[in-house]
Design a protein around this ligand. Structure first.
Ligand SMILES: *Cc1c(COP(=O)(O)O)cnc(C)c1O
Length: 386
């Protein structure tokens, strides 16, 4: 097709080309990738539940009962008692009256924002929000305003100056490419002052932060009155697949009526819901998984600082080493890969120009030895120049 080859070549030359690796093992720190054994530090399976025997067994049992395909959308015949029980468990877990399952987090964000925002409304988003929130804003009929990252002052000015129309503030709870937290107590105050709705996408906080893994809201001690819209994903900390929105009766009923990415799509498999019920219980009860993560993070940060690495500020399992140029980030990532360590290089447009970085993520299943190997390899990197 005319023009595509040149565009791809330009991208390659800029060090921005993306390509896939083929994995032939289950999700765990030791993977076989493109036929080679590597230790991965780039999965979002923070609690190490993606490959848990009890979760696998639940999926298998439920597939025997419900089959694989759900056959239809939730509003036709796709909504089983397994989905329903999972929604009830998620509502209870998040301390809200209701929860609604979506097939993916991307679709949940699309669904919420398009269902709640109409023409003339105002949508306020953090500059570093996840692409799915940004795309949702672009597709909605609302006017989207982006405020400076984690900066309530910048948001306050925009709220005051942007006129009338229902306001919705939408933010990541934990920023996926920076690992830092949204300043939620200040956002709650602003939402109150300006009568705005507040939505938190806690894809990376749920299961990981707070008591029982209640996420960023539990970390800050915020409830459903303060943050009326909570979106969570199931494919990260909970180790399965899918997403949900939790909130009031009216919020969930509104989404069932109007969220197009909920209505016009096949329900996820019932067996997946059964598997998630098990992983949710494990995530909640097995506190050692969160403690293990915290000890890996503490040891990593302490050693990285000693090595003089350009470490970014983060208390979460998402840890960043700033490279600057895309080429530097890519060179570092390739150097690590030669030593059998898989760490992603995050480049524009995922992050701002000039702020390419290595993104290291930890799982409760990483061993001390694996962390030592990473630190040893990072020590040799700091001397590489591009
Ligand atoms: C991963 C992610 C999503 C998308 O969730 P999926 O279930 O993978 O589609 C949405 N928001 C944030 C902040 C994420 O990190």
């Amino acid at each position: 097709m005319k023009g595509l080859a040149e565009a791809l070549q330009t991208r390659r030359q800029a060090g921005l080309y993306r390509s896939r690796r083929v994995v032939s093992t289950a999700q765990q720190p030791e993977l076989v990738v493109d036929g080679k054994r590597v230790t991965a530090f780039c999965s979002n399976d923070y609690l190490g539940l993606a490959n848990h025997p009890d979760v696998i067994a639940a999926l298998q049992r439920a597939a025997a009962d419900y089959g694989v395909g759900s056959g239809a959308a939730h509003l036709i015949t796709g909504h089983t008692d397994a989905h329903h029980r999972l929604e009830e468990a998620l509502a209870e877990y998040t301390g809200r009256p209701r929860a609604l399952l979506f097939s993916t987090g991307y679709m949940a964000n699309m669904g919420v924002i398009s269902a709640l925002m109409k023409q003339g409304d105002r949508l306020f988003e953090d500059r570093l929000n996840h692409a799915s929130l940004v795309d949702a804003g672009q597709l909605s009929r609302a006017r989207m305003l982006r405020y400076q990252h984690a900066d309530p002052e910048s948001l306050g000015i925009q709220l005051a100056r942007s006129g009338e129309g229902q306001a919705l503030i939408a933010t990541d709870g934990v920023f996926s490419m920076d690992g830092d937290l949204a300043p939620l107590p200040a956002l709650v105050e602003l939402a109150r002052t300006h009568q705005a709705w507040l939505m938190v996408d806690d894809a990376h906080g749920l299961g990981v932060l707070g008591a029982e893994g209640g996420g960023v809201l539990s970390h800050f001690g915020l409830d459903g009155d303060e943050v009326p819209i909570l979106m969570g994903t199931l494919g990260k900390g909970f180790g399965t697949y899918g997403a949900f929105v939790a909130g009031s009766e009216e919020l969930i009923e509104t989404l069932i009526q109007h969220a197009r990415s909920y209505i016009y799509t096949t329900a996820p498999p019932a067996a997946l819901a059964e598997a998630t019920l098990v992983s949710l219980r494990l995530a909640r009860q097995e506190t050692w998984r969160r403690e293990r993560l915290q000890s890996l993070i503490a040891r990593f940060r302490q050693s990285a600082v000693q090595l003089g690495l350009p470490l970014m500020d983060s208390m979460t399992p998402i840890q960043l080493i700033l490279a600057g140029s895309s080429r530097q980030a890519l060179a570092w990532s390739l150097q690590l890969e030669k030593q059998g360590l898989l760490v992603s290089a995050i480049r524009p447009p995922t992050v701002a120009e000039g702020s390419a970085r290595l993104r290291i993520t930890f799982s409760a299943k990483h061993t001390d030895r694996q962390l030592d190997r990473l630190l040893d390899a990072l020590a040799t990197l700091s001397q590489v120049a591009v």
